[in-house]
Design a protein around this ligand. Structure first.
Ligand code: ATP
Length: 198
């Protein structure tokens, strides 16, 4: 379970949240929603420990997020950055970046099949595939790590309805994953159990 208590996060020119508290139960999927620039991506970064709020408390499965626990907590999570922005150019490079074990590589290929992008995998350069194909490849990689908490920043921004349906079927087949996401997509928002308005 994720517990956020009285989070205050500000940048020099913008207050992102004041005393924001919310819980996410194990197995629940929630969507952080709100207008562009409100701070949804920033909150995902707070959960990953990439951004430190000015005050507030975050607990993951009862363990407080701090400099001592951060690595153990990060190992429970996988984060899909917005626009699948990663310093890699192919599925194989993602395998290296994420230091996938052989069974995870196998699972990566399986998820590529399920999301309809197996032919975009391997050494094929990301410059030769579409934005939606790349998004599905990166989503496949995220799911293959089999972490209990999945943070998805705009996971369907480049996907058409059919690809979104394939993703829903794939996520439905996974048990007990906790998903914290951001999206402006109505289909995705409706799929989530709950939205948290920023
Ligand atoms: N490191 C930073 N330093 C200063 N300001 C930042 C930083 N990161 C983000 N911001 C600002 O914080 C605000 C929130 O950004 P964020 O990306 O979290 O919004 P968002 O709700 O995810 O937006 P979108 O829906 O457009 O993706 C923006 O105004 C952004 O310019």
């Amino acid at each position: 379970m994720i517990k956020c208590e009285k989070i205050n996060l500000s940048f020099p020119r913008q207050v992102i949240c004041e005393n924001l508290s919310f819980d996410v139960l194990r197995g629940e999927s929630i969507c952080l929603s709100g207008p562009s620039g409100k701070g949804k991506s920033s909150l995902l970064k707070v959960l990953m420990g990439f951004l430190i709020p000015q005050s507030g408390r975050i607990q993951i499965d009862g363990v407080e997020l701090n400099s001592t626990t951060i690595m153990a907590i990060r190992n429970k999570m996988i984060w899909l950055p917005q626009n699948s922005n990663l310093p890699v150019d192919s599925a194989n490079e993602l395998v290296d970046l994420l230091q996938m074990k052989p069974e995870q590589v196998e699972s990566f290929q399986l998820f590529q099949d399920r999301l309809g992008v197996r032919e975009c995998g391997g050494n094929k350069s990301f410059t030769e595939i579409s934005g939606g194909e790349k998004q599905r490849i990166v989503l496949s990689a995220c799911l293959s790590l089999d972490r209990p908490i999945i943070l998805l920043d705009e996971p369907v921004s480049a996907l058409d309805d059919h690809s979104i349906d394939l993703l829903f079927a794939t996520l439905d087949s996974l048990s007990n994953k906790t998903i914290v996401s951001t999206s402006h997509n109505k289909k995705w928002i409706n799929y989530c159990n709950r939205t948290i308005e920023l």
